[in-house]
Design a protein. Structure first.
Length: 204
């Protein structure tokens, strides 16, 4: 016999996941203060008593979404660090692959990304942590000989996070460019800059 307020055949895990999914959409579209528990449960075809089985209040479900974004972000950045002893001619490909993976996560989870990167009061702290992680990756990669030693890795990490944040908002979430194209543009800019040879062609 199905629990009252729960769709027939749905498990507790499914109901909880559905509430998180609908809540993410509502928060992303309407902001924290514009979202109501009644709207979340209506969108999930559940009842408020079912909501309170899994979450203490609106703040609890919002914070879980923020924490989920933070955990996934940390995992992607950790996995993007270049392995030791790579062939130098594969570095660009590996950096692009790691960045594209992160952007694909943003693209596949636009509501979660809007919450964690832009709406949440924790967004600035999340981005500060992202800067620290990228700097740590860069420090290791410089020590491995992949990049020059005469640049400020913290400054570069700040610049990279700023570019990722802005292009995610203007290009990725608006579907103007796909993750791979954005990753390619960013990596080429950082690895080769914009200096030309005088005739408009790139520096070799």
């Amino acid at each position: 016999m199905a629990t009252r307020g729960r769709p027939k055949g749905a498990s507790g895990e499914e109901s909880r996941a559905l509430l998180l999914q609908v809540a993410a959409k509502e928060f992303a579209q309407n902001g924290y203060y514009g979202t109501k528990i009644s709207t979340i449960v209506k969108g999930a075809s559940l009842t408020q008593p079912v909501f309170y089985l899994y979450f203490q209040n609106k703040e609890a479900v919002f914070q879980e979404l923020v924490d989920l974004f933070r955990i996934r972000l940390v995992d992607f950045v950790n996995k993007s660090r270049l392995e030791p002893a790579l062939e130098l001619n594969t570095v660009q490909e590996r950096v692009t692959y790691g960045l594209a993976n992160l952007l694909r996560f943003f693209s596949k989870n636009p509501d979660l990304t809007r919450i964690g990167f832009y709406i949440s009061a924790d967004a600035d702290e999340i981005k500060k942590q992202l800067v620290i992680q990228i700097k740590e990756n860069l420090d290791v990669e410089v020590s491995e000989g992949y990049f020059r030693t005469d640049f400020d890795t913290h400054l570069l990490a700040e610049c990279l996070v700023g570019i990722i944040e802005r292009l995610t908002f203007t290009q990725l979430l608006t579907q103007q460019k796909d993750p791979e194209a954005i990753a390619n543009d960013i990596v080429k800019l950082f690895l080769y800059g914009i200096m030309g040879t005088g005739d408009g062609s790139p520096v070799p």
